[in-house]
Design a binder for this molecule. Structure first.
Ligand SMILES: *Cc1c(COP(=O)(O)O)cnc(C)c1O
Length: 450
């Protein structure tokens, strides 16, 4: 790879690359950030598209409520709470000797029903969209119907003629697999080597076929794609390029807006909103950020977080090479405990579409993820999976930055004092107790040693 040669020759015009190669926690604020009104045009989707996705999820609420009784409390809407993190914020600010400014919250997607991670947004949405297309074409439902009739043997026999395939490091497979199997589809999940055993077991228990690979995520995706190409009745969920996945995630933003409103939180130029999103291939954080930019415009600041061993989106956007570069090309191994974030090559679609809308990117070590996992549990009593903690240090990175980012955006002391910081807690509630206990004891050792 040419970039490798450039580094070896010491003539690299991208100084941050050396930091990434050394696996140091890195923060980069995006000099190409543009006014929302201009940059939203880079995304080939509109407000009407997100409206359409939101109303499709409402149409399916009756089915979801019937098929997944745990969603009865929310009338079949798959949504997570917004929780204050006052104790954790105070603990981290004291530790880092940073004055407490603004308020820190958790968007608790770890508590999302059905699959316990942010993938319950995009992944499930894509399956529902595909099911609706088939059911309308097959005359199983009519426009305007309530879709509770889709939770029936007749509907399952209909969907059994079709299959759905996906390549996944774990959480996407869980969402797609659980929802597909419940509708009656034949579901196949192609899983990378780093996927956890319990996720494979869980899927097999739901009747999903799990195919295992010794290699990483991209290979699992490629194999899934090939299998689907050979079968006209098979729908392949393309995590790297799917507009439907992206739209499913985008719906989160308007729901968050209602929660902020209900909590009495104002978001405008004088009261900025910062949202820190763990990033794997980019569809989840990209879709949520797209939705947020539509709702809040320049008042929202979206920042992506990645493991030091898998900084694929930072690398792609920073070099402008997007999906033409992978972390392997600069000698990084893509080995991380952060499930869902172990991605070597970013989505080219998300990187390009969102490159003027994302304020910044940073990396976190696995040790820090574990340490923060234990701190979260100790201060707030909340259990998240390692990936989900990637968004937590974001508010400190913003408050401690010396790159002129806040100055450039007019984020002065008064505005920072009024700020709302949200870490997107992307997963955790499905992790079996033994695994969570192992995460916690590892994290507690790091807390003690800090
Ligand atoms: C998938 C996932 C992400 C990131 O989503 P991408 O669409 O891959 O960027 C973050 N956290 C968790 C727990 C995930 O499973």
């Amino acid at each position: 790879m040419t970039l490798r040669k450039m580094i070896d020759n010491g003539c690299l015009s991208h100084p941050l690359i050396a930091e990434l190669i050394r696996l140091e926690p890195t923060t980069w604020f995006n000099p190409a950030l543009a006014p929302t009104a201009q940059a939203l045009g880079d995304v080939p989707l509109s407000v009407a598209d997100v409206d359409d996705a939101a109303s499709r999820l409402e149409r399916f609420a009756a089915f979801i409520q019937s098929a997944f009784p745990e969603t009865q409390v929310s009338d079949g809407i798959i949504e997570s709470p917004l929780l204050p993190l006052a104790q954790l914020q105070a603990a981290l600010c004291a530790e880092q000797q940073v004055p407490i400014q603004g308020r820190l919250w958790l968007k608790a997607d770890n508590l999302l029903p059905i699959s316990g991670s942010i993938k319950a947004r995009g992944g499930i949405y894509e399956v529902l969209k595909h099911a609706e297309d088939l059911a309308l074409a097959g005359g199983l439902i009519q426009p305007g119907d309530r879709y509770n009739t889709l939770d029936s043997d007749e509907a399952r026999a209909f969907f059994a003629q079709y299959s759905i395939a996906v390549g996944s490091t774990g959480n996407l497979g869980l969402s797609i697999g659980i929802m597909s199997a419940r509708l009656g589809f034949k579901a196949t999940v192609h899983m990378s080597a780093d996927a956890r055993q319990w996720k494979k077991d869980r899927l097999r228990a739901c009747g999903v076929e799990v195919v295992e690979y010794a290699s990483d995520y991209s290979v699992a995706v490629e194999q899934g794609r090939k299998q689907a190409e050979m079968d006209a009745n098979c729908h392949f969920v393309d995590d790297e390029n799917s507009l439907n996945l992206f739209l499913g995630y985008a719906v989160a933003a308007r729901r968050l807006a209602r929660q902020l409103d209900a909590a009495g939180i104002t978001v405008d130029q004088e009261h900025p909103l910062f949202v820190y999103l763990p990033c794997g291939v980019g569809g989840g954080p990209g879709g949520v950020a797209f939705g947020l930019k539509q709702v809040f415009g320049d008042a929202v600041h979206c920042v992506f977080a990645e493991p030091t061993h898998s900084p694929c989106m930072l690398l792609g956007v920073y070099t402008g090479l997007h999906d033409a570069i992978s972390v392997y090309d600069i000698g990084i191994d893509n080995h991380t405990a952060a499930d869902g974030l172990a991605v070597a090559r970013p989505s080219g679609f998300v990187g390009r579409a969102m490159q003027r809308l994302i304020d910044g990117y940073y990396t976190v070590t696995d040790e820090e993820l574990y340490r923060l996992l234990a701190l979260m549990e100790a201060t707030e009593g909340l259990k998240l999976e390692p990936s989900a903690l990637a968004g937590l240090p974001g508010f400190l990175r913003v408050l401690q930055e010396q790159q002129g980012y806040r100055l450039r955006l007019g984020l002065d002391e008064q505005r920072m004092a009024n700020a709302t910081h949200i870490m997107w807690g992307t997963g955790g509630s499905m992790v079996p107790d033994e695994e969570m206990d192992a995460y916690l004891s590892q994290g507690r050792k790091l807390v003690a040693a800090h």
